[in-house]
Ligand binder design. Structure first.
Ligand code: SF4
Ligand code: SF4
Length: 402
């Protein structure tokens, strides 16, 4: 654990507090993704898992004992946080329980239909793609009511609303219902797979299937540039309207909604050259993406088209690890010596933005972590002035370094 000092007064109190909070967790936050099943009880339009064959075609026949040995080895490798995906992980409780035995923290990505037992103390990200009617159209089942029934007032749960071209305005109604049910809310963007795009552009035959039922070249789930601007504004508005319910970062909101895209794609390979998930293998920072057969995948979303990838987990990784390099010394985060942090970054606002992203990510990935917002979009600051917890805007004067 990093030792902190309290001697410096270079950064404002609120920032120092968030920095100290982040330090407590960050060095201890080695994460890896495990796709624990290739089964799912839904077939959503354009699904990242089934609309393409790089995940669902892999074997899924490992025994409970093999999973136990595997998780034990992963723990011995230093992994503390498991990122559990599928398919639908709730379909395999045995593997979830094993993960809970071996890892201190975890995130389970679920569609929310099958409840995850309360003894599994990981964060549960419940994906919603709209209100009941649009979920029925696009995912084949009305999910909202079921998700609320399963996770009302559950501190593990975060509803992750995935924006697509059809559902942007539905989020207001969903946000109100989720807020009333005492569940946290965050956001994601539909990100097309290579196969989905190839069907839309006619590169491959657009045969109808369970994950390509309704999309056409003219009318599909991809977000247009105008959609992205609207999504950014809607997210800011909801962050303001429900400050305790919405767990989202304004830094992410600005970065992910750039119409020109998020990643720099190599035209030869079609792969993102600046994606931490893709490069994790080379860097060996500990992160890996394990598939159901225990092989390591290209990245956490191997079917996805890098040029359109806006998946939230990848965005958090990009913004956290991109800036974190400047805050590392001997592989560890700098201590709470804000002068060192400031010099490392040169731009204090960059530090504030980085903290905003890490702080939000920790709130999304650690049960009980208390987020303290310090960064607001200009013109979207809360009106109430008080402590950070009450939504105090981090104004220019406060940001000034003595
Ligand atoms: S998007 Fe998720 S819930 Fe929907 S079919 Fe794919 S894996 Fe299942
Ligand atoms: S996670 Fe990275 S490599 Fe994978 S699709 Fe997204 S941008 Fe591309």
């Amino acid at each position: 654990m990093v030792q902190t000092t309290s001697s410096s007064t270079l950064l404002p109190k609120d920032v120092r507090r968030v920095y100290a909070n982040v330090l407590k967790f960050n060095d201890h936050h080695r994460l890896t993704t495990y796709n624990i099943t290739n089964r799912c009880n839904l077939r959503c339009e354009g699904c990242f898992f089934y609309e393409g064959d790089k995940m669902s075609s892999l074997r899924d026949d490992r025994t409970v004992d093999q999973w136990r040995d595997f998780f034990a080895r992963e723990k011995a490798r230093g992994i503390v946080v498991c990122d559990i995906a599928g398919g639908e992980p709730a379909l395999n409780r045995d593997r979830l329980r094993l993960a809970a035995e071996y890892f201190e923290h975890g995130i389970i990505y679920s569609n929310g239909i099958i409840p995850i037992p309360p003894d599994i103390r990981f964060k549960i990200h419940v994906s919603l793609w709209g209100d009941e009617a649009s979920d029925l159209d696009v995912r084949g089942a009305p999910i909202l009511r079921k998700a609320i029934e399963n996770y009302r007032n559950d501190p593990r749960a975060v509803v992750v609303y995935t924006f697509n071209h059809f559902n942007i305005e539905h989020v207001f109604d969903v946000a109100q219902q989720v807020h009333d049910a005492g569940i946290q809310l965050s956001f994601n963007h539909f990100s097309a797979t290579e196969q989905y795009n190839a069907k839309l552009s006619g590169v491959v035959e657009a045969k109808r299937s369970k994950t390509f039922k309704i999309s056409t070249p003219e009318d599909n789930l991809r977000l247009t540039p105008e959609d992205l601007i609207r999504v950014r504004d809607v997210c800011s508005e909801l962050m303001l309207r429900y400050p305790q319910t919405v767990v989202y970062s304004e830094t992410i909101n600005e970065a992910v909604n750039r119409p020109e895209g998020v990643f720099t794609v190599d035209p030869q390979t079609g792969e993102a050259i600046d994606c931490w998930s893709l490069n994790a293998k080379q860097n060996d920072g500990g992160y890996r993406n394990y598939q159901t057969d225990f092989s390591v995948g290209r990245c956490c979303l191997p079917n996805t088209d890098c040029s359109e990838c806006r998946v939230y987990v990848v965005m958090y990784g990009k913004l956290i690890f991109g800036t974190q390099q400047a805050l590392l010394k001997d592989g560890r985060l700098l201590t709470q010596d804000e002068r060192a942090a400031r010099e490392a970054l040169r731009d204090p606002e960059e530090l504030v933005r980085w903290l905003d992203v890490v702080d939000t990510w920790l709130a999304l990935s650690v049960v009980g972590y208390e987020r303290q917002r310090i960064y607001f979009r200009k013109g979207h600051e809360p009106k109430s002035i008080g402590s950070v917890e009450q939504g105090k805007p981090f104004d220019e004067e406060q940001r000034e370094i003595a």
